[in-house]
Write a protein that binds this ligand. Structure first.
Ligand code: CAA
Length: 389
């Protein structure tokens, strides 16, 4: 396909996985996506089916019941899901990237056995909670607090905008473990593994969002939430670093989610410009239309290429922060730009909910905001430049 993933250079395994993801997406996701968007329906049954196919353990090592795939192959599958519905894609992305990375890198063998294996098998859906009402971009400014209680901990505080906050089975939650009299900034934050049926875990009602309306986003109140010592991930005081490492992986997923949105808008736009006639001929024959489509296609390819390059780098070494931010920045701004052009090409129809580009346009916007705004990505990129200077 001229606008989709170029499969010629893929390995046999990658081609099989792209085919599997595309067939699943076109059969079980895309036909329902508009309705789920209208009704804000969280399709847990579909995510469970994806889990059975291995899509929730794509990069988890095989010894922990995952598929043990490389990051490019995972991104190839995720793009297919995102092209069908970005709401489903965000669950797949966060689960595979953030809680999975945290547990693979820092979990004890007991934590991996208890949580990572069922996550990889798709029996548990996991998310993470970092942001708070007063701590978004300034994530280290978070205030939720854990205090020691014998061997265990008691958590109190408020989290905001957590994907799957109301629908996940397990959340990795960042809270302060320093004390009010001896604040340690980013070093005063720890990560806890929290089953969402723990008393004191109280998700708010699903947020009423502009886009990604079929994904669950919720505030979470932590009220006297008691956890055993075994719920602490890794080292006390390292939670901010674990969150940043998770976000390095997560931002690649959001980059490819944005590519999937942009590519689908391009595919719809090409099909429309072939069919739509004005002034006695298909509008694709107008140069103004051709130039727009050409620029859209070029930007989609560039965004995908950068995301894949970052994925290759991630699998070679751990220093992927700068490239992950570059990939997310380029892809999210591409998604917003491409979907805007698609709406324009569709004209009046593009502004109507009955046509698919309106949803893609709304879904694109959040990719410039969550897992770090475009401004935060630019800060991460610029800081890496200084650190090398
Ligand atoms: N990997 C490992 N360690 C990292 C790191 C990384 N990528 N980034 C920072 N660190 C370490 C630093 O080295 C530092 O440790 P040392 O002091 O030992 O050197 C420590 O973490 C603190 O780092 P900074 O001083 O850089 O921290 P900062 O307060 O200046 O913040 C920031 C940096 C980039 C602005 C960061 O706060 C950030 O990324 N903010 C955006 C947060 C974000 O993306 N939130 C999205 C939430 S999730 C979501 O969107 C909802 C959802 O469910 C999808």
């Amino acid at each position: 396909m001229a606008t989709g993933i170029e499969t010629a250079g893929l390995t046999d395994l990658q081609r099989q996985i792209v085919d599997l993801a595309r067939d699943f997406a076109r059969t079980h996701i895309e036909p329902h996506a508009a309705e789920w968007d209208r009704t804000k329906h969280f399709a847990r049954d579909v995510i469970d089916e994806m889990g059975k196919l291995g899509f929730l353990g794509m990069v988890t090592p095989e010894e922990y019941d995952g598929m043990g795939l490389d990051t490019v192959t995972y991104l190839l599958a995720l793009e297919e899901i995102a092209a069908a519905d970005a709401s489903i894609a965000v669950s797949m992305s966060i689960h595979n990237a953030i809680p999975t990375t945290m547990l693979v890198k820092h979990g004890t063998e007991a934590q991996k056995e208890r949580w990572l294996k069922p996550m990889a098998r798709g029996e548990i859906l996991a998310g993470f909670a970092l942001s708070e009402p007063d701590a978004g971009s300034d994530a280290a400014g978070l205030r939720a607090q854990a205090v020691r209680d014998g061997d265990g901990w008691v958590l109190n505080g408020a989290k905001a905008w957590a994907t799957n906050g109301g629908t996940a089975d397990l959340m990795m939650i960042m809270v302060r473990t320093d004390t009010p009299t001896a604040r340690r900034g980013a070093k005063g934050i720890s990560t806890f593994i929290v089953p969402t049926d723990t008393p004191g875990y109280r998700p708010g009602k699903p947020e009423d969002k502009m886009g990604l309306r079929a994904s669950n986003t919720a505030a979470i109140a932590l009220e006297e939430l008691r956890l055993p010592a075994a719920a602490l991930l890794g080292e006390e005081g390292m939670g901010f670093v674990y969150a940043m490492e998770g976000l390095d992986a997560g931002r690649l997923g959001i980059a490819i989610q944005a590519v999937g949105i942009a590519r689908r808008a391009l595919e719809h736009a090409v099909a429309y410009c072939v069919e739509r006639k004005q002034f006695g001929k298909p509008i694709r024959e107008f140069e103004a239309v051709q130039f727009k489509l050409a620029d859209m296609a070029t930007r989609v390819e560039a965004a995908r290429a950068l995301a894949h390059a970052a994925a290759v780098r991630k699998d070679r070494s751990d220093s992927v922060s700068q490239m992950a931010s570059m990939a997310k920045l380029l892809a999210s701004e591409t998604a917003m730009w491409v979907t805007t052009q698609a709406v324009q090409l569709f004209g009046g129809y593009g502004y109507m909910r009955d046509f698919p580009v309106e949803k893609l346009f709304r879904d694109a916007k959040v990719t410039e905001i969550y897992e770090g705004t475009s401004e935060i990505q630019r800060i991460v990129i610029a800081r890496s430049l200084y650190s090398r200077a």
